[in-house]
Ligand binder design. Structure first.
Ligand SMILES: Cc1ncc(COP(=O)(O)O)c(C=O)c1O
Length: 381
């Protein structure tokens, strides 16, 4: 199988990640922070090391401000619902995933309002339009690092600067950025960062993280056992444990730490270069095929490894099925949990086919994909 669905979750995972997961499961996986015995202590230490290595990856000075979550959606919900208060306002964009826009929609019932800034058809965001959308009660500017439909990168540094100048929190959905492009909380002035562990970071499913800058008050989504101050019913909230109530996904988190070590060793810049080459090859290889329509920016520096297309008026689900059944190529078709992004692109009625090369994708696999698309387009004539 040629796997081009890395935008949904990365595959395969680095061997070190799989070995680490098995090592935890076979040799010491106890409940961290719940007992003083050797196995519990080792599990706690390894989880702590994961916080350190992830902090290094995102240039975070305070690893204790990293909360482990089960995916990116949980982190985004925790941040919006835990930070925002009645009467406050959020500015976001029309390229966001439903894991941003749906929690914000739900918060309307609590008198929290949102302005969605329209992006261009290729998904590009004007910082000036963001600035104009800001109101006196704006608490958060929430942007995706890169669109999951077109790959379009958002101007993080400029928005971070604007947010800092106006005293507004800058929140980044790092789902399609982490592991694919630089995300540096200091350089980009990010106050809140939600990231999945299972996409570009190449860790296991069931992992993710939320970073919240020190000093920002957050109400937890869940209350429960944290292994500390167990005789208090309403203990003072402390990072990270108050936000990780219940038994955490120790094998997943520790294997995610190994994934971050692999990423630090390869270098996100090297991964980005490799993925950009493949994206360019794929896009250049299909752009002139009669009937193919491409979406998103043409300039590869403006996007991550996502190629979105349609063939004539063929149902995108049919194209994806043909790629799977006849050519053994895994892609994703439809609306990609981002109805607003499709509206922005003008594909709200058709959806599109999305192909996401990853770190383990080869040039040969891209050549085979180009041939398959040519074949499908021709057979439609
Ligand atoms: C831009 C974006 N944000 C958020 C998410 C949600 O991530 P998760 O599935 O880890 O909750 C995704 C997943 O596809 C995404 O692409």
């Amino acid at each position: 199988m040629i796997y081009l669905d890395n935008g949904a979750t990365s595959y395969p995972k680095p061997p070190e990640v799989i070995e680490s997961f098995m090592d935890v499961m076979m040799n010491y996986c106890a409940n961290p922070g719940r007992a003083g015995h050797f196995m519990a202590a080792r599990t706690s230490q390894e989880i702590f090391k994961t916080r350190l290595v992830l902090a290094r990856l995102f240039n975070i000075d305070t690893p204790g401000q990293i909360v482990f979550t089960k995916n990116c959606t949980e982190g985004l919900n925790m941040a919006f619902k835990g930070i925002l208060r009645e009467g406050e306002h959020v500015v976001t964009t029309s390229m966001e995933h439903n894991s941003v826009v749906r929690p914000l929609k739900a918060l309307e019932k609590k008198d929290i309002t949102t302005t969605i800034v329209p992006c261009s058809k290729t998904g590009e965001l004007s910082v000036e339009a963001v600035r104009k959308a800001i109101r006196p009660n704006t608490r958060i500017i929430a942007v995706t690092a890169a669109s999951n439909v077109t790959g379009t990168k958002m101007p993080l540094e400029e928005i971070g600067r604007l947010a800092l100048r106006l005293g507004i929190l800058m929140m980044v959905d790092g789902a399609q950025g982490a592991g694919h492009m630089e995300i540096d909380v200091k350089k980009h002035r990010i106050d809140i960062l939600a990231v999945p562990g299972h996409k570009g970071l190449m860790g296991p499913q069931g992992t993710g993280l939320l970073y919240v800058r020190e000093g920002i008050p957050v109400r937890p989504l869940l209350e429960g056992g944290t292994g500390s101050r167990s005789n208090q019913l309403d203990p003072e909230l402390t990072f990270p444990e108050s936000y990780e109530a219940g038994t955490v996904n120790a094998p997943g988190i520790i294997a995610l730490g190994e994934a971050a070590r692999v990423l630090n060793k390869i270098g996100v810049g090297a991964i980005e270069n490799h993925e950009r080459k493949l994206t360019e090859k794929l896009q250049e290889g299909i752009k002139d095929i009669a009937g193919v329509t491409l979406y998103g920016p043409k300039n590869y520096k403006k996007k991550t490894a996502v190629v979105a297309m349609n063939i004539d008026d063929m149902d995108c689900e049919k194209v994806a099925s043909l790629l799977n059944d006849k050519y053994g190529i895994a892609v994703r078709a439809g609306f990609h949990c981002s109805g607003l992004a499709h509206k922005t692109m003008g594909t709200e009625r058709t959806g599109c086919v999305r192909m996401c090369p990853g770190f383990y994708t080869s040039e040969k696999e891209i050549n085979d994909t180009i041939k398959a698309i040519k074949d499908i387009a021709l057979s439609e004539k």
